[in-house]
Design a protein around this ligand. Structure first.
Ligand code: FES
Length: 568
């Protein structure tokens, strides 16, 4: 085991490694060559969704000690959706770099990743993939259902509704403030099928966590038990040399795509899966998501595509019950962190509530997975989540109302003179990876006040941004190449006709090639504020959305070997 070169050496380096860690009270027998397990903790009070992780880490330690390992917990950069600006996505790759270098540089034989809020899951997994140690994930779980004035309310999803209601006068300011405490009333991450819960389901369907791990509510004692058992299991994984690359095969990615469609997962799933696959050299493209998942039925009736919440999902059976419905389509032989095949993990998984998890033959919606659109407006692809869109807009032709950037949008969206109506196609530029920078979740940008006043709640919106997994609407996202680097989105002008046909997977700007060539010849990249430090690095190396927005120099892995010691 790699930790032995630190802890069992008679060299001065060995003395230093043992002596300095003994300042925490560890007895001699922990340095006898047993597996050393890192607990990679994304705890932070700045990430409220992960604020309960110190307790979870203690549960993991119990399990590691019990199985004969030596646990060492360490903090890494935590990315909290609720507070970070301009967007956590700007920092996902930075956090992944920190995880990768921390794992490689320290005497660790295996690692438990404690993840919760959206980006804390993909960032830690990306970093772990590039080191390729035995790895298991313990997600932090979702909050209990929001409860407001006699009904359930969902994280994010009801925020957008409340905001519209506040603007139209359907909700008072006092009610708005009251709803804040009613929505987030326990430990845990967003309890809709937003990005955090999507990531938790991704982890489970990839085989990276113990069965049932995705849906246990954060405050439920069974999540602590899961953390304890994960601590047990990682010690066994080290002894079996069950590295993350043995679990994350092409078959595992295909399983996750199928499950994501059935649970109605976030569009962010695509961008993070592409980045994770890139670290491992597993071939995966945007088209895989459409071909494998987009025709699958929606089986899980959770907001924003449905009506229930993660707590209900757990009581109904969670991800194992969904995978059992999909068993005929999944690669049941895929190896998981249990050391067993996926099929063994889900055999006999019960479903206790068919209102929440529908049978495959009687789905909540017929086709649920994310659709990948192409056309002259998005040569490298764009995505839409049909299950969260308005059915009447999935085939649509309308004239563009164009905002050149987010500041232009804020300045003009509520201008009574804005030439917008229910048939318009609202276009927002400069919100992609380079343009914002960081590709924020602004793709579901709010409708103009004058449309809300007319009772209109959705129009087609197009951007190179992402969208919160809790959001809904007929929004086309991840347009690539993005406008900031001269993608066709940059060339759209006010009044241009745009046609969308989701069934045909088509997104077209009805402007001739000659006219587009003319516009391209006179296009100049918008001036960007000078960047330094990490943002400068980001702008020079971030890839486009269709490649997962990872840095070009981070694709692939370097393994866990460090050839030089820190002392002579
Ligand atoms: Fe953390 Fe939604 S804000 S999961």
């Amino acid at each position: 085991m790699r930790s032995q070169s630190w802890f069992t050496s008679e060299s001065p380096s060995g003395f230093v490694a043992r002596s300095w860690t003994k300042n925490q009270g560890y007895p001699n027998h922990l340095y006898d060559g047993r597996p050393v397990i890192g607990i990679c903790n994304t705890w932070s009070e700045l990430t409220p969704c992960n604020a309960h992780f110190r307790v979870l880490a203690e549960m993991v330690k119990r399990g590691v000690y019990e199985a004969g390992g030596f646990p060492l917990e360490f903090p890494v950069m935590s990315l909290g959706e609720a507070l970070m600006r301009p967007t956590t996505m700007l920092f996902r790759n930075l956090a992944a770099m920190e995880v990768e270098e921390t794992l490689r540089a320290n005497p660790l034989d295996g690692v438990v990743l404690l993840t919760g809020c959206d980006k804390t899951t993909p960032s830690t997994i990306m970093g772990a993939c590039s080191v390729d140690l035995p790895t298991i994930v313990v997600s932090g779980g979702a909050m209990l259902n929001g409860k407001f004035r006699g009904r359930d309310i969902g994280s994010g999803t009801d925020v957008w509704r409340f905001h519209d209601d506040l603007r139209t006068g359907a909700m008072s300011q006092d009610e708005y403030v009251e709803a804040e405490a009613c929505m987030s009333r326990s430990d845990g991450n967003c309890m809709t099928m937003g990005t955090a819960s999507t990531m938790a389901c991704m982890v489970e369907s990839l085989g990276l966590t113990l069965p049932g791990g995705a849906a246990i509510p954060a405050p439920d004692a069974r999540r602590k038990r899961l953390a304890h058992l994960a601590g047990n299991r990682i010690v066994g994984m080290v002894k079996e040399d069950l590295r993350i690359s043995k679990v994350l095969t092409r078959e595992a990615f295909e399983n996750a795509i199928l499950v994501n469609a059935a649970v109605g997962g976030s569009t962010n799933f695509i961008i993070h899966m592409l980045a994770i696959a890139g670290r491992l050299g597993v071939p995966l493209s945007m088209d895989d998501f459409d071909q494998l998942g987009s025709r699958l039925p929606l089986l899980v009736n959770l907001m924003p595509s449905g009506e229930f919440l993660m707590e209900d999902f757990y009581y109904a059976g969670g991800v194992p019950a969904v995978m059992r419905e999909l068993a005929g389509l999944l690669h049941l032989g895929a190896l998981t962190v249990t050391g067993k095949a996926l099929g063994d993990n889900i055999a006999g998984a019960p479903c206790y509530d068919r209102k929440v998890i529908a049978p495959f033959g009687e789905p909540v919606k017929a086709a649920a997975g994310t659709a990948v659109l192409r056309g002259n407006l998005a040569p490298d692809g764009a995505v839409i989540k049909p299950s969260a869109a308005s059915p009447h807009l999935l085939k649509h032709r309308g004239q563009a109302v164009v905002f050149e950037n987010i500041d232009d949008y804020h300045a003009r969206v509520d201008d009574p003179a804005l030439p917008v109506d229910a048939n318009s196609v609202m276009v927002l530029k400069m919100v992609g990876p380079v343009g914002y920078p960081g590709m924020p979740e602004v793709g579901n940008f709010s409708l103009p006040q004058k449309l809300l006043d007319q009772g209109i709640r959705d129009v087609v919106r197009i951007s190179d941004a992402r969208m919160s997994g809790t959001a809904f609407g007929t929004v086309i996202l991840h347009v690539a190449p993005e406008s900031a680097i001269g993608g066709p989105l940059a060339l759209v002008q006010e009044g241009d006709w745009i046609s969308l046909d989701v069934e045909a997977r088509s997104l077209r700007l009805e402007v001739s090639d000659e006219e587009l060539a003319r516009r391209r010849a006179s296009w100049k990249a918008p001036a960007q504020p000078a960047a330094r430090g990490y943002v400068d690095l980001f702008l020079r190396h971030v890839q486009q959305a269709n490649l997962g927005a990872d840095f070009d120099f981070l694709v692939g892995k370097s393994g866990s070997t460090v050839s030089r010691e820190s002392h002579a």
